[in-house]
Design a protein around this ligand. Structure first.
Ligand SMILES: C[S@@+](CC[C@H](N)C(=O)[O-])C[C@H]1O[C@@H](n2cnc3c(N)ncnc32)[C@H](O)[C@@H]1O
Length: 230
């Protein structure tokens, strides 16, 4: 099943409205940030399924792009890691999420961040300009994953890296179970084999997929790494 983008947008616009009104929305995401130096109120807006920064290995001066940046937590943490000579860019299609992320960045007084409106299927950045693409629990929501991976390969510099967390589906997920997962906009979650094949088809190499924890209903969270050839 292919996720309906309007349904996805509405779902996360609602979550952002609640966060902007001061309600905690990220009970599930916040747990992955234990040990990170991050304000509790910002961690409480995480809707991720892992912590891509635990694997992204960012270096000072690098440019990082977060696909589906939501409330901006991973962008703020990336900005700190790449330092003042680096940049962290968050991309999201939902106005309310962009408003939340910009507010949290201003409150954290982080300067080297920007939040850009757009879809991850048509990344609005020039070719060969990003060192590291991160993402936290977003690609599974996309109705056109080949376009996402082609865009990642296009914007990465030669030698650039992809390090994301995402929801994957067991091979045994039935059509009926997929339809049920779509109630959560997750009916398009890929199997690990399909994920690997699409990354390779986009020209990415050194693909590594590691299961981290079960999410239930034959969905699980994984860390996916790949790179663009030199
Ligand atoms: C599950 S939330 C994750 C947010 C954030 N990465 C985090 O860890 O808290 C999904 C986010 O991705 C955005 N999103 C979903 N599909 C998208 C797409 N195709 N293009 C751009 N943003 C998208 C939503 O607006 C939402 O902010």
């Amino acid at each position: 099943m292919s996720p309906d983008q309007d349904a996805v947008r509405e779902r996360y616009a609602n979550a952002a409205r609640r966060a902007l009104a001061g309600e905690a929305t990220g009970e599930l995401g916040a747990q992955h940030y234990a040990g990170e130096d991050v304000p509790e109120t910002v961690a409480a807006t995480s809707l991720g399924c892992g912590n891509p920064l635990a694997v992204a290995d960012l270096r000072p001066g690098e440019t990082v792009l977060d696909l589906g940046s939501g409330g901006g937590l991973d962008v703020l943490l990336s900005a700190r890691r790449v330092g003042p000579s680096g940049r962290a860019i968050g991309l999201d299609m939902t106005d309310e999420m962009l408003a939340l992320a910009r507010r949290q960045a201003a409150q954290a007084e982080v300067a080297n961040v920007e939040f850009v409106k757009g879809t991850i299927e048509a990344i609005p950045l020039p070719d060969n300009t990003v060192d590291v693409v991160i993402s936290n629990c977003v690609i599974a929501l996309s109705p056109d994953k080949p376009a996402v991976f082609a865009g990642v390969a296009r914007v990465l510099r030669p030698g650039g890296r992809l390090g994301v967390t995402d929801l994957l589906a067991e091979e045994t997920l039935t059509a009926a179970e997929r339809a049920a997962a779509d109630e959560e906009c997750l009916g398009g979650a890929l199997t690990a084999d399909d994920y690997r094949a699409l990354l390779h088809a986009a020209g990415l190499v050194d693909v590594d997929i590691r299961r981290t924890h079960e999410v239930g209903n034959k969905l699980y969270s994984a860390i996916i790494r790949a790179s663009k050839p030199h």
